[in-house]
Design a protein around this ligand. Sequence first.
Ligand code: WT7
Length: 651
Amino acid sequence: MSELKKIYNPNREFAANARIKNMCEYKDLVEHATEDYEGFWDTYASSKIEWMKPYSKVLDESKAPFSSWFIGGKLNVSTQCIDRHLDKRKNKAAIIFEGDRGDKQIITYLELSYNVNRFANLLKNKFNVKKGDRVIIYMPMIPEAAYAMLACARIGAIHSIVFGGFSAEALRDRIQDAEAKVVITADGAFRKTKPYMLKPAVDQALQAETTVEKVLVVERNGEDVEWVAGRDYSYNELIVDESSKCEAEMMDSEDPLFLLYTSGSTGKPKGVQHNSAGYILWAQMTMEWVFDVKENDTYWCTADVGWITGHTYIVYGPLAMGATTVMFEGVPTYPDAGRAWRMVEEYKINQFYTAPTAIRVLHKMGENEPAKYDLSSLKVLGTVGEPIDPPAWKWYYEDVGNSKCSIVDTYWQTETGGHVVSPLPGATPIKAGCATLPLPGIMAEILDPKTGEKVGAGESGYMCITKPWPAMIRGVWGDPDRYVKSYFGDVKKDGKAVYFTGDGANYDEDGYITITGRTDDVINVSGHRMGTAEVEAAIKSHAKVAEVAVVGRPHELKGEGIFAYIVMKGEDNLAEEIELIKEINTNIKQEIGNIAICDDMVFVPGLPKTRSGKIMRRILRSIAKGEEITQDISTLEDPSVVSAIEKCIKG
Ligand code: WT7
C-alpha cells in the first residue's frame, strides 16, 4: 500500500477556474459515462467536432473487438485543427518553434493554414498522392514535420512517421510494411554541436525493393546530400509555386488518419492504425481536461513527433483546441541544463509536458537550474512514458513547480491514442508516482488475468480497458489477426475479451492506480518501447553469436536499460569479446538505431532453458538486477547454467 501523502489543490485560484473543478464534477462525468456510455460520447462528439456531415450512430460494436465510432460522419482533421480557428484566431500563434541553434519562428494559424494548404497541393499535384495512399515522414523536429502531417490529413493520405533516430533498416521495414508511395524527409538537422543526417538513411532504405515513387526533401541543415534524379525533389524549390488554397477532402469518421509503428513482445514492430474522428475528438478533449489549456496559454510538450506523444500532444491535440504549441529541436540539456527553464521563462510556458527520463537527466545535470529562471507562469506539469520515481517527482513538484502546480502523471500508450489514466489538475488530489484515476469515459480497470474480476486494494493485476473508446487503435496495419491476438487474447471479463494494455498495475486504498510496468517482453528505455525480440534479432545477425536473450534492468536515468546475455559460437576468448561488443553494437545501430544499444552485454556459456527449450527470462531479469535467485530452477534442463552465468557477471 502506498504511504504517499495526497496533495490537495496546490493552487486554489487555478482550481477555481479549471474546466473540471473538483471531484464532484469528476464523479458526475464518470457517472454519466457509466450510465449512458453512448450519450456521454455523443455530447462531446456533437459539440467539439466541426462535422461536414453529421453521424447517424455513436458506436457500432457488432464486429468487436473491431469497433467503429460516429458512423456515417464526415470531417477533415486538418480543418478541425486549422480552418475552424481562422475566424477567431487567425493571428494567434499556432506553433512557436525554437531550433537547436536558438533560431526561432512564430507561426500563426493563418500562416499554418497557408503552409499546410501549399504542402497539400504539392503532394496532390506534383506527387499524385491520393486519399488512402501512405506517406512516410522521416523528419527532424521542425515546423515542416507538422505541416506534412496536416497536409496528409487534408488530402486524406495516411501518414506514418518514423522517428529520426531509427536506422535505415528500421525505416525500410516500415516503408515496406506500409507500402508507402512517398517519403518526406530533410537533409538532416542540428543536434548539439554537429549536424546529423537523415537523407542518407532514406537513400539506403530505398536501395531495397519498395513502392516509393518520390522523395521530398526539406532543407534544414544545408549539408550536401546525394540526389536521385526523377525520385528526389526539393521542398524549398517546389513549394513556392503552390497555391495556399487546397480543398479539404471529405473523410469518413473511420477513414485512417495515420499509422505509427510500435514494438510488441514478438516479431517486427506493428503499424498501429488510428482513424479520424474518434482520435481527434479525444486528442482535443484530453488537452482541455488534462492540461486545462486556456485561450491565452502557451503549452510545451518536449516529445518528438516520431512518437505518439508528439502526434497527439504537440500537433493534433493542441491545434484541434486552437492552442499555442511550442515545438523544439534538440535536447533540453543543450547548450546547458537550463535550456528548458530558459524557454519556460522566455515563452511564459503555462503547461509543460515531458518524460521522467528527461526529468531525471535535468535534475542530475542541473539540480539548481530551475531557481535561476522565472518559472512563475507554470500551472500544470505533465509526465508520461514510464512510472515516475519519487525523487524525480519531488524535484519536479517542488523545484520546477514551486509546489504550486498540479503534476499530471498521464498513463497511456500508442494504442490508446490519448491519455487514459491521469489526474485532472484542479480536481484530483495527486500522489507522487501515481497515475491516479481513469479519465471520464475510459473504462479502465485492473483485472485479475485468471478470473477477470477487478482486483482489490493492494493486489496486482492487469491494466485493462473494458469498453471500446473513440481514440482506441483500430487495427494493426495489414494484419487483423495480430490486432486481436496482441490486445484481446489475455484477459476476459464476464466471458468477453477485453483490451489488455500489457501493463501491470495496482490500486491503493484510495482506489488510485499505480502502473508497475510491462508484463510482457517489452523494455521501457527512456520512455520508449523496445521489443526484446527485435534487439535479439539484431544481435543474432552477427555471425559469431549462437544464442542471445535480452532483458530489462533498472537504469538510473533511462528507467530501464537493455541487458543482453550472449552465447558465442566456438571458444570463449576475452580479446575477441571486446571486438565483438563493438561489432554487435554496430549491428544494433544499423538494424534499429542508437536507442537500442545495449547497456550491458555479457558472454555466457549457455542460457537457462526449460526442458521444452523455453528461455526462463525471469531468472535472467533477477540476475541482471543483481538479485538473489529465489526461483525454482529445478525445472531447467541444466540448472548449473545459472551459477555459471552468475560467475560470468562477477568476472
Ligand atoms: C507504455 C506505452 C504514452 C506515450 C509514451 C509512450 C508506459 C506510459 C506511463 C505512465 C507508467 C507509463 C506503459 C505503456 N507508460 N505512460 N504515466 N506511468 N507507465 O508510448 O511507446 O506506446 O509506450 O509506456 O508501459 O504501456 P508507448
